[in-house]
Design a protein around this ligand. Structure first.
Ligand SMILES: Cc1cc2nc3c(=O)[nH]c(=O)nc-3n(C[C@H](O)[C@H](O)[C@H](O)COP(=O)(O)OP(=O)(O)OC[C@H]3O[C@@H](n4cnc5c(N)ncnc54)[C@H](O)[C@@H]3O)c2cc1C
Length: 438
């Protein structure tokens, strides 16, 4: 098979009927792939451990009391309610047996396929530090966001009720690890939440008692953006009272203290982890070619080299671009990859033998918000916006990509409420106290 040829069509689907496509993961990549295959002559099963699609870019807004969990999650069965050929199955995939062409589910079920698309995304990377993994709260899943909201509000409750100066210090210090978009957005949103509640909801807590500390290993924020945009984000966060610690890493932590690699310690009961992710590999095959960061290496048509009928997309995998670099771990490459793979499968089942050009990622720009009226937007060609324009661009792009009309309306009205009233109203602790402790 040459590099550009489509995968060979199965004579007919294993066991008869339309060829079977298994998509593992209903995140940005998997969902885009399934939607493109909707109505095509294939029988698609979309697997996910959750029964909803999650809009991860807004997780931090759930964590900081602005949005409800249901505003950023959309039931997958609703997406495909009218689809004749796409079925959703809530299940955890353990591995794929490429030799026998079956997807192996936890619980023992095996589901045969003709084509498989691996789209299982990524998980937090603690770089092997189990202690940090135990004591940190991450922002990767919906449960993480509500856990963080419960935890932060519980810290405020406990501090408000305590006269112990040392304990109050630890409860009112929030350490965020990682100065990429997630860390910056979370720091900005947390600062806004504290402005709203300190001295008001919590009468005994002064705003000046609350510390938000962002720790970043590099010498600047937003390493994937230009230095100018990084400096802008730094200025905004500093103005909003966030302490920035550059060129150091979090080395260790226990229930009350965070220890930095430069030897400094910070009394804190909260570590928010946004320092990196690693692929969530469901292939179960250690022999597959990988990048240094463990993402699967793909051929230019997003196929797993040497594995019949297998594709991978999104955070899990990448073709090599430039000097053997993978694509960025962002939602647009995942969605574009999902649609591209679906086109290849459609070509194959329709018997179209004309090769498609290799996958080309179209960079439409990247953006982040640092809170009210402050955003950064980078567009291809070097065009950059900051401030209100950057923030407004961020807002409209995120509304556009949110799934579901109701979710768009509720997110927009929550943002309008916050903008006009300076309020993050979902300040509700759902779990009981012991569950909130790290
Ligand atoms: C907090 C946060 C903020 C972000 N902000 C942005 C942003 O502003 N812009 C941007 O472009 N990108 C952003 N990203 C990155 C973006 O979310 C990812 O690049 C994108 O989700 C990758 O898409 P994917 O399809 O590969 O994986 P995902 O969207 O993560 O989907 C993977 C799916 O696989 C499912 N799954 C995993 N393992 C299994 C299993 N074993 N069995 C069954 N199902 C499984 C998961 O439940 C999930 O639904 C952000 C990420 C995070 C965590």
């Amino acid at each position: 098979m040459d590099n550009n040829s489509p995968p060979p069509p199965p004579e007919e689907g294993q066991g008869g009927g339309a060829p079977k496509v298994a998509i593992i993961g209903a995140g940005f990549g998997g969902l885009a792939c399934a939607r493109k295959l909707d109505g095509e002559p294939v029988s698609v099963t979309l697997f996910d451990q959750n029964n909803y699609h999650l809009f991860t870019p807004l997780l931090y807004q759930v964590a900081t009391g602005l949005l409800n969990p249901s505003d950023i999650a959309y039931p997958l069965r609703t997406v495909f309610r009218h689809s004749p050929n796409v079925r959703f199955r809530q299940a955890r995939v353990e591995r794929v047996d490429f030799g026998r062409k079956v997807v192996c589910l936890s619980g023992g079920d095996e589901v045969p396929y003709d084509y498989v698309v691996l789209a299982s995304g990524s998980v937090d990377n603690y770089f092997g530090n189990k202690q940090l993994a135990n004591v940190s709260i991450s922002l990767k899943a919906l449960g993480d966001a509500t856990k963080l909201r419960n935890h932060v509000l519980t810290c405020l409750e406990r501090a408000d009720a305590s006269d112990d100066a040392e304990l109050r210090k630890a409860l009112l210090t929030f350490v965020i690890v990682g100065g990429g978009p997630t860390g910056v957005e979370t720091a900005g949103a947390l600062a806004e939440l504290m402005d709203i509640v300190a001295g008001k909801d919590y009468h005994s807590i002064r705003r000046s008692e609350i510390r938000i500390v962002l720790v970043e290993g590099m010498d600047r924020l937003l390493g994937a953006f230009s230095a100018d945009l990084g400096r802008y984000a730094q200025r905004v966060l500093e103005r909003r009272g966030v302490e920035l610690r550059f060129k150091t890493l979090v080395k260790d932590a226990d229930d009350h203290t965070v220890t930095l690699a430069d030897g400094n310690t910070i009394p804190s009961e909260t570590i928010i982890w946004s320092a990196g992710v690693r692929p969530n590999d469901v292939s179960g095959d250690p022999e597959l070619d990988r990048y240094k960061n463990r993402r699967l290496k793909l051929d230019p048509q997003l196929r797993l080299p040497g594995v019949s009928g297998a594709f991978a997309i999104g955070d899990l995998a990448s073709p090599a671009v430039g000097s053997d670099e993978p694509l960025p771990m962002l939602s647009p490459p995942a969605m574009q990859g999902g649609r591209y793979v679906a086109s290849l499968i459609i070509d194959a089942v329709r018997g179209i033998r004309e090769p498609r050009p290799p996958f080309h990622y179209l960079d439409k720009g990247t953006m982040a918000t640092i809170g009210r009226n402050a955003g950064v937007t980078h567009l291809p060609g070097g065009l950059e916006f900051t401030g209100f324009v950057g923030w407004l661009t961020w807002l409209f792009v995120h509304v556009y990509y949110l799934i579901g009309f109701r979710n768009r309306i509720t997110a927009l009205s929550s943002w309008a409420w916050d903008y006009l009233r300076h309020d993050r109203p979902i300040r509700i602790i759902l779990a009981t106290e012991p569950e909130n402790r790290r």
